[in-house]
Design a protein around this ligand. Structure first.
Ligand code: SF4
Ligand code: SF4
Length: 91
């Protein structure tokens, strides 16, 4: 399994049983109904994955660059309303 380092922002990869390089990717989701636009997740993300954006009449956290996510879960921990989920995708 991959190991993450928030400090170095490096993602350790693994080799699959078939001998292929595996680069972990992460599933991200934000519950826009619960978002209060505080921006804590955006400020906390070390990779610029999230941004505040207008959805209809509200401004909420949106995922602007999902491929840049390293799965550190800092955004999840920063959100007091528990709007964000981040989980590793399966192979
Ligand atoms: S888990 Fe959250 S804070 Fe970490 S890189 Fe991904 S979007 Fe950014
Ligand atoms: S920390 Fe939570 S409530 Fe604040 S903007 Fe991000 S998702 Fe919305």
């Amino acid at each position: 399994m991959a190991e993450l380092s928030i400090i170095s922002l490096k993602v350790q990869t693994s080799i699959t049983k078939a001998g292929k390089l595996w680069i972990p990717k992460y599933f991200l989701g934000c519950d826009e109904d619960k978002c209060i636009s505080c921006g804590q997740c955006v400020q906390t993300c070390p990779r610029g994955v999230l941004k505040l954006d207008r959805i209809g009449t509200r401004i909420v956290s949106t995922i602007s660059d999902p491929d840049n996510c390293i799965g550190c879960t800092a955004c999840m921990n920063a959100c007091k309303n528990q709007c964000i989920i981040c989980a590793a995708k399966r192979l």
